[in-house]
Design a protein around this ligand. Structure first.
Ligand code: ZN
Length: 288
């Protein structure tokens, strides 16, 4: 009977997964990147996983004084995916977002979303580290890997930089985390900006993957965090620094970690298989 109940319960679960896709909301509208080109790519990547239905909430343009009217209904969704870097949201919208994540909602920060909101304490706790916007040692430490271990470096200096765009190896640091389980230990990411010197509170942080910011490409010379997760109240956040451009997002590696990270942020689990065309340490792969 017990066995029957377990089987019954698990088939109910898979039935509900089929019947009720996870509701995701992409926020965009301001970004010093080509968000009008990249949001449809992020949306397609999430939808192609078969797990999500995706809406988009587009904030009013910068410098119109309209940002105060941006009030997405975060609580209608399981996960918020940010492709936004711009003006600070209203106190009401900030509070609704913090409450959403604190109560168990998922958050995904894509590439320049970690440039956003240097002055917003809770947001920086969710992303762990960010760049630009005047970030400095006052924002928190650098997070690097040395001798296989995460270290927090409080030395003074700017927060956020990158060298020339190039293909680079992404190296797994937490192979047993659900987002990373089954991925190769190293894989080659399509030409992208390799964010380095990010700084932030770095609390409740697990770095899932790093990349070496090669000084030959004008990088920092450090193993920098590329994929991260944090906990915030009952909620989960996944931070991918990858995805400067449409081409970078279409990397099968970047797309795979995005959908795995979004599912984990929404549910705490990852049910997806690793695609057969996942990149190797020697070759990039892309999907249009
Ligand atoms: Zn960029």
């Amino acid at each position: 009977m017990k066995k029957f109940l377990t089987v019954f319960a698990s088939s109910l679960l898979s039935f509900s997964a089929l019947a009720a896709p996870l509701k995701a909301l992409i926020v965009d509208g301001q970004n010093n990147h080509a968000w009008k080109d990249t949001t449809p790519v992020i949306k397609k990547i999430l939808e192609d996983s078969g797990l999500f239905t995706v809406d988009v909430a587009t904030a009013p343009a910068a410098k119109t004084g309209e940002i105060a009217n941006f009030k997405p209904k975060f609580s209608n969704y399981r996960v918020i995916v940010s492709n936004y870097s711009g003006e600070l949201w209203s106190e009401e919208t900030k509070a609704a977002f913090v409450e959403f994540v604190r109560n168990g909602g998922g958050f995904v920060s894509v590439h320049a979303a970690d440039n956003s909101f240097p002055e917003w304490k809770e947001y920086n706790e969710m992303i762990a580290v960010g760049g630009w916007g005047g970030r400095s040692e006052a924002s928190g430490p650098y997070v690097r890997f040395k001798d296989g271990k995460m270290i927090k470096d409080t030395s003074p200096g700017r927060g956020g930089s990158h060298g020339k765009q190039h293909d680079f190896l992404v190296e797994t640091r937490e192979p047993n985390h659900p987002i990373m389980a089954g991925l190769p230990s190293k894989w080659l990411h399509v030409k992208d900006e390799l964010y380095d010197r990010l700084r932030g509170p770095a609390v409740n942080l697990t770095v899932l993957a790093t990349a070496f910011a090669d000084p030959a490409q004008s990088g920092s010379g450090e193993h920098e965090p590329m994929l991260m997760v944090t906990s915030f109240g009952k909620g989960r956040a996944f931070h991918t620094t990858l995805g400067h451009s449409v081409e970078a997002l279409q990397c099968v590696g970047a797309a795979t970690v995005l959908t795995r990270g979004a599912e984990w942020a929404a549910t705490g689990k990852v049910t997806q298989k690793i695609p057969a065309d996942f990149p190797t340490a020697e070759h990039t792969t892309s999907r249009r």
